[in-house]
Design a protein around this ligand. Structure first.
Ligand code: DBV
Length: 243
């Protein structure tokens, strides 16, 4: 079973269709990584595949896809805009573990003022409202992560796999299309004060995510410390390396 492959099979052609898409380099050794976990009958192959692109307005579009059998499927898909645009990040964290499904979908904001919310969250609220009744708030959420989410943050823990294949997949499509609409409309920022604020906000977000990556424990177990830290800082959240 590979629960999230259809999400990638939808997203990548859509990006090609709607953006002037170019490859983004994936550091050697990180395109695909495999290991075997468990012993005897519980032996399980775990494959992590990485994808990365860029476009004139988007610095890095990247996905990490972890496939490790029915009880371990993860798709973490994030879009980092160029630092001369005030666009939010597109953030999707789609996680299936033995304990169940955990879904986070959002246009993660750089700023929280009313004008920013009006431009970048309000257009998404109708989509959020459409799914919220069937995909209710997932509860427990790290307090310190709250500044990184918008009012249209879809955070949910569906009980049924079928809900992931239908509702969550539809929500993912709608959020991604809506994000690309925001990208279409975005104009470059030239004001130097504003540019400095954008850079600071991007660094705060990326440094937080690199420091608190909830997948760190999983990657450490599978692939060891050296690979994991380089994957996090050299690929998943790489802004500092490219400044
Ligand atoms: N999460 C990532 C990356 C992943 C990934 C790069 C490549 O940022 C996977 C993989 N997320 C992942 C895994 C788990 C979670 C959980 C494997 C399960 C961890 C576990 O239970 O062992 C949203 N993701 C979570 C959780 C949250 C998020 C809140 C619950 C765990 C927790 O309480 O920390 N997405 C996550 C988040 C931000 C985001 C905190 C913040 C900006 O965008």
């Amino acid at each position: 079973m590979t629960l999230y492959q259809p999400f990638l099979d939808y997203a990548i052609p859509l990006l090609r269709e709607r953006l002037d898409l170019a490859p983004y380099p994936i550091p050697a050794g990180f395109e695909k990584k495999e290991c075997i976990t468990g012993k005897g009958k519980k032996e399980q192959l775990v494959v992590t595949t990485s994808y990365a692109f860029q476009s004139p307005k988007l610095r890095q579009i990247r996905a990490a896809h972890v496939e490790g059998g029915d009880a371990l499927q993860v798709l973490n898909f994030v879009i980092f805009p160029q630092i001369n645009y005030d666009l939010p990040f597109f953030g999707a964290d789609l996680v299936t573990l033995p304990g169940g499904h955990l879904i986070a979908l959002d246009m993660q904001p750089l700023f929280h003022d009313a004008a920013y919310q009006k431009q970048y969250s309000e257009p998404i609220l109708p989509i959020f409202n459409k799914y919220q009744k069937d995909l209710p708030w997932g509860g427990d959420f790290p307090e310190e992560a709250k500044p990184f989410f918008s009012p249209a943050f879809l955070w949910t823990r569906p009980k049924e796999t079928e809900a992931v294949q239908t509702l969550v997949f539809d929500a993912f499509k709608d959020y991604l299309q809506a994000y690309l609409d925001l990208v279409d409309r975005a104009q470059p920022v030239t004001d130097s004060q504003k540019l400095a604020e954008i850079l600071q906000a991007q660094r705060n977000y990326i440094n937080y995510r690199a420091a608190k990556d909830p997948a760190r424990g999983m990657f450490l177990r599978f692939y060891g410390e050296e690979w994991t830290e380089e994957y996090i800082h050299g690929f998943l959240f790489d802004l500092e390396r490219h400044l």
